[in-house]
Design a protein. Structure first.
Length: 433
């Protein structure tokens, strides 16, 4: 059985939670391998809507083992709040596994994240202010705190004291903020230690053993390709690797075990936060996409910036991730629009770019070159076969497939878990439905 990586192909919010939920009972483990509670998945099951921030969306599928792997940074309070919220709604969370090597977000990093963004002013990155970046920085600087440290109070105290010795100087002398007490940090970190102790384990070992047994493992990326710290629109990126390769380092599973890479591509494009966005619409069309598509952040509630589909980004994501399949979401949001422009290349000061410019300045100045496709007016939410779609909708999908170079295997035609068209089986069968 396969090991599958699921990634976003744009700037996030493409609907990865729905793609995970679509696989449902056919998978045995769902793994979050990067990021923290700075991203969200919204999953609709029947008349119930679940907003997940830190937990893998597979926690909603009975019998599936959800895993928070070593590449994740964990806000313990958020983790407990999410678990309590799901349990109150009757969701079984007892199978959750948490890597002993995952780093935890201490309160001083949340403070630093927020004051740094304010200090940067117009140069701000647009972070969620949840301490993600500073915690990854601590990890790279080898001064981070890991889950396993919660169970050795002496080591934990040493690490907290060492961190505050430096960070309090920043808070006091640069940001003019009060210092943070060691006991305050210790209290927050230890408050939930016993609650999660039964979940803490060597997740890399368990995942490799699961693959040895022939079980199916899905690796679910937080954020998306263009927010990857190495391959995204730097510096307006997250602090981890959100591309397919991040699954290997973020979960301790070697690349030779990955069988399939599924990319989630929204039928148009959105972005939250700062940074360049070539197809962004600041007119009625953009507002239409935002309102009809309910484009407001799951984690932050911020209105998302909206724009037309961009297949330059799609080709880039296909190449960087090695996509074998695409799940195209929110095709229904485009219903009722007469014309659907699709960005097929960029104009950068008179020069045409058919691929992503490597130079940050070039991408910042990129202007979209559009090909205009016909829209449709028919309600497509009841379609379950590709042939049932209006001809213009079929044509739109086929053009995206051709221009990105990635096979579109699943098409979302509504927010519900069953509102999909399956053209190819995501677990490997080539049968067309």
């Amino acid at each position: 059985m396969p090991a599958i990586v699921l990634v976003g192909t744009q700037w996030g919010d493409e609907g990865k939670g729905k793609a995970t939920d679509l696989l449902g009972s056919r998978i045995d483990h769902v793994v979050k391998f990067n990021g923290g509670n700075n991203a969200g998945h919204t999953v609709v099951i029947g008349d119930q809507k679940y907003a997940l921030h830190l937990l893998p969306s597979g926690i909603l599928s009975p019998g599936v083992t959800p895993v928070i792997a070593n590449g994740v940074v964990i806000d313990l309070s958020v983790l407990i709040d999410e678990l309590d919220g799901l349990e109150a709604r009757g969701v079984d969370t007892s199978l959750l596994r948490v890597s002993a090597n995952a780093h935890v977000i201490p309160p001083y990093n949340r403070v630093l994240d927020k004051v740094t963004e304010r200090f940067l002013g117009k140069r701000r990155i647009g972070t969620t202010g949840r301490g993600i970046g500073p915690t990854y920085a601590d990890k790279m600087n080898r001064v981070g705190i890991r889950v396993q440290d919660l169970y050795d109070e002496s080591i934990l105290r040493q690490k907290v004291e060492a961190a505050l010795g430096f960070k309090n100087q920043l808070l006091l002398k640069i940001y003019n903020r009060r210092d943070i007490e060691v006991e305050e940090v210790m209290g927050e970190l230890l408050r939930h230690a016993e609650r999660i102790r039964p979940m803490v384990t060597d997740t890399a070992l368990e995942l490799n053993e699961a693959l040895d047994r022939g079980e199916t493992v899905l690796f679910e990326a937080g954020q998306a390709t263009l927010l990857d710290v190495d391959h995204g629109t730097y510096p307006f990126v997250t602090s981890s690797n959100a591309t397919a390769g991040g699954a290997c380092t973020g979960a301790g599973v070697p690349p030779t075990r990955i069988d399939r890479v599924i990319g989630v591509f929204k039928a148009y494009t959105t972005r939250v936060g700062e940074g360049p966005f070539p197809t962004e619409l600041e007119d009625e069309a953009g507002e239409h996409l935002r309102e009809v598509g309910a484009e407001f952040g799951t984690t932050t509630g911020r209105p998302r910036r909206c724009g037309w589909a961009d297949v330059v980004i799609g080709r880039y994501a296909t190449r960087v991730n090695g996509l074998t399949d695409v799940v195209l979401t929110k095709l229904d949001v485009l219903t009722g629009l007469d014309k659907l422009p699709v960005c097929v290349a960029y104009d950068v000061q008179g020069e045409r770019f058919d691929e992503m410019p490597v130079n940050q300045s070039d991408f910042h100045h990129a202007r979209p070159i559009y090909v205009e496709l016909d829209g449709w007016t028919e309600d497509i939410s009841g379609c379950r076969r590709f042939e049932e779609l209006p001809e213009a909708a079929q044509n739109y999908v086929l053009h995206l497939e051709k221009w990105t170079g990635a096979r579109i295997s699943v098409i979302g035609v509504g927010p519900g878990r069953d509102e999909v068209i399956v053209r190819h089986d995501l677990l490997g069968s080539d049968d067309v439905h």
